[in-house]
Write a protein of this length. Structure first.
Length: 421
């Protein structure tokens, strides 16, 4: 496959989210909105909510610990650690270096953070692929983590498209899950003001409807570049792809993206009135996209990780025999995007239970709207220097790795990833 000297791919995956969630129907009722708008219009059933004691570092570390533990990977095997995030905890110090310390990785492990809105983890994944292909890994593996808390604020249009969580992926030369095909990747970049978060703001600013247009244009651009790179578009044709994964800020976005995917491949635009083509698009969506949106619909928007949640949903449920081609489209506002494909490794189905976060998600606690609003408000100041220290007990959190305040301008953590359920 491809012309690269070494194959690279995803060898291990794990997810860690928050301890609390909100039902979208409860949020809709509180905001005086028809619940069908959030549940069917946006396609979201539940939304993960981070307490002030859960941050990008704790979620990333627990997800990574889980991936290494479940796939029996020694931390000493990791030679590159990249955390993709748009909700880092410091303007200078990367989340990745906290994670490096908490996981006990080797001092010669190259460690950094990538930021380009929701595209940061895909940038990390393709960098890891290049690192291995170039022969720089010397048998070691790369750990790529997508970790974010999506915050738009109370009573904003973006409020129902929030969420929080981390996906950790180990990339290696002998992947057990998905071989990435470097010849099938294409890129797209354009300066647009569709979503941004100035240094002084905890909350994102978004021109929501414009961001959807930018996303769709970026899809077409990245897909066309992928076709040019591969020299042929045959392997990229939808008929040759078993499942399509997109960046999913809310699951309805995947339907819009797939519509654009079909249009771009066919070279035509398809209006709702074109019944024959709409039937074709809808059938393809139901087969290749919709079945793999379940985790996204109950976790919400996790920015950098949302694309990879679809892949996890597929790997835990599809029981693929191996050889299936999967497509991935990552979009980061601002904007940067990539489209690429990978091929499922034989026996990947054996790891479905290792990947499945169902037990972890079933342990989440449902918030009522008052508690949700208290929690969002408390999170606003939780990382101010010497502010009242957030106490895990105040949020009914059990054992685990938690952020417990900033003292002398230094973030403090307690507990360990191994103890986090
Ligand atoms: C996504 C976002 C733009 C939605 O904005 P909004 O103005 O509140 O919502 P809309 O009026 O567009 O309604 C959303 C959908 O629900 C549908 N809807 C509205 N009321 C409905 C109801 N009662 N029942 C069923 N569906 C309903 C709308 O038709 C629309 O679907 P469509 O896009 O397929 O036409 C907003 O949440 C946002 O800004 N989010 C953050 C940015 C973002 O996620 N960008 C994505 C690209 S990165």
């Amino acid at each position: 496959m491809g012309s690269a000297s070494r194959v690279a791919g995803i060898d291990a995956m794990a997810f860690h989210g928050t301890h609390c969630y909100l039902e979208m129907a409860d949020l809709a009722t509180a905001r005086g909105v028809d619940p069908d708008k959030y549940i069917h219009g946006l396609g979201q059933r539940q939304m993960a909510v981070a307490t002030p004691c859960e941050d990008t570092v704790t979620m990333a570390t627990v997800a990574a610990h889980r991936a290494l533990d479940r796939f029996d990977i020694d931390p000493g095997e990791i030679g590159t650690l990249i955390v993709g995030t748009e909700t880092g905890v410091d303007h200078s110090k990367p989340v990745a270096v906290y994670v490096h310390d908490m996981l006990g990785l080797a001092p010669n492990c190259r460690t950094f953070e990538t930021k380009h809105a929701c595209y940061g983890a895909m940038a990390g994944l393709t960098s890891a692929m290049d690192w291995i292909s170039a022969g720089r890994a010397r048998g070691r593996k790369a750990l790529i983590i997508a970790s974010d808390i999506a915050r738009y604020g109370l009573n904003t249009p973006g409020e129902p498209t929030q969420g929080a969580g981390a996906v950790a992926m180990v990339v290696s030369e002998r992947p057990r899950l998905l071989e990435l095909d470097p010849t099938s990747f294409g890129d797209y970049t354009r300066q647009v003001m569709d979503f941004w978060r100035p240094l002084y703001s905890k909350y994102a600013f978004a021109d929501g409807h414009y961001s959807i247009d930018c996303y769709l244009d970026a899809f077409s651009g990245a897909w066309r570049d992928a076709c040019e790179n591969s020299g042929t578009w045959e392997p990229l044709r939808l008929d040759n792809i078993d499942a399509c994964f997109y960046h999913v800020p809310f699951t309805k976005m995947a339907r819009k993206a797939h519509h654009r995917h079909c249009e771009t491949e066919w070279g035509i635009s398809v209006a709702k009135e074109n019944e024959a083509k709409m039937t074709e698009i809808n059938a393809s969506y139901e087969r290749q996209v919709a079945p793999w949106l379940e985790l996204n619909s109950i976790v919400g928007n996790i920015y950098t990780g949302s694309l990879f949640l679809c892949l996890m949903d597929y790997l835990r449920k599809a029981h693929p025999a191996g050889g299936q081609r999967l497509s991935m489209f990552s979009y980061g506002s601002g904007c940067g995007a990539a489209f690429g494909t990978g091929v499922v490794v034989a026996n990947a189905a054996r790891y479905a239970d290792h990947i499945d976060p169902a037990t972890h998600l079933a342990q989440r606690r449902r918030l009522d709207i008052d508690r949700y609003e208290q929690l969002i408000t408390a999170s606003e100041t939780a990382d101010h220097n010497e502010a009242p220290y957030p106490d895990p007990a105040d949020w009914d959190l059990g054992q685990g790795l938690y952020y417990v305040g900033t003292r002398d301008h230094i973030r403090q953590y307690t507990g360990s990833a191994a103890d986090t359920p």
